[in-house]
Design a protein around this ligand. Sequence first.
Ligand code: KG4
Ligand code: ZN
Length: 341
Amino acid sequence: MNPSILGIETSCDETAAAVYANNKIQSNIIFSQVDLHQLYGGVVPEIASRSHIEKINTIVAQALAQSKIGLNEIDIVAVTNRPGLPGSLLIGVCFAKALAWVKKKPIIGIDHLEGHAFSTFLEYDVPFPHLCLTASGGHTSLYLIHDFGKYDVLGTTLDDAAGEAFDKIAKLINLPYPGGPIIEKLAKKVNFEDFFHYPRSMGNQLDFSFSGLKTAILYDLVKKNLYNLSTKKLSPNMSENIKEQIASSLLVCINDIFIQKIELAIKQFPQVRAVTFVGGVASNKFVKENIQKIAEKNNKLFFSPSSQYCTDNAAMIAFVGSYKAKQGIFSDYNLDILKNE
Ligand code: KG4
Ligand code: ZN
């Protein structure tokens, strides 16, 4: 019999709970704190932790109710315990431990990034081995995935994550947080054209680097008299149309970097049968379609989760919990958060 798993995710600014049972997701509840952080142009850790405390009980109760599986029928609690904001992680881990201990259920600590990397399996049966590009607000990594829980990190970002680049550059030109969705919307208005040819910073081999892009855009704006470095404000010359052109050029630039890295990885690992694209940035239709084209051009299958499983969610955490349980990998009630590397 397959165990029923309650997944809990609070690593950043989403309070999420989900139930995975009978080999499928039975419920997936997410409370996004975006509105709370928008004023500050990014996630404020203290606000995030406080909001998790307020919401977690209700969100878990909703996930159980929607799944029609009562707490007594839950066999295992799976909770994100790394990496993430320490205060936020602690809320989920303490809540999960208390629940598991009271109900005398096993608990499994889950790596958030492993959750993203295997999130495609919530909807698809992806063949092994495959390449996985994870791009989110906190991470950008390329994996070679051999099996459930077995993977090599081929490359990672040396500085900012791709989502972070969208968020920071959006903030620079006075667009709201999170930057990714609004940048995609503006870029679409000008047909995803590359107006400014921002530098494609390549990092080493399969690693990424995005912080230079932010600086390059900043200095390009200064040079064009669109940004005042001493007041740190946009100049009155900045128009909506220029913002659309910046958004479009930025999106095309990050898209090109992803495509080049994926092609390079396919060359190095021709045995892969598929390419997957996951994490918050994988909500981006433009990039998704382009990665699909490059995968298919190289005779690889392509998979990417639907939007609800791209951004942070507990369904992916519950799913990882399900295969860890099958592999006999459990934590104990001393489970703690692990610090970011
Ligand atoms: O996976 P996620 O929800 O949280 C982290 O683990 O970080 O990813 C959030 C990130 C944000 O940086 C946001 O700007 C980006 O995903 N994002 C997008 C899009 N939707 C969300 N980036 C590009 N295009 C989008 N449509
Ligand atoms: Zn994430």
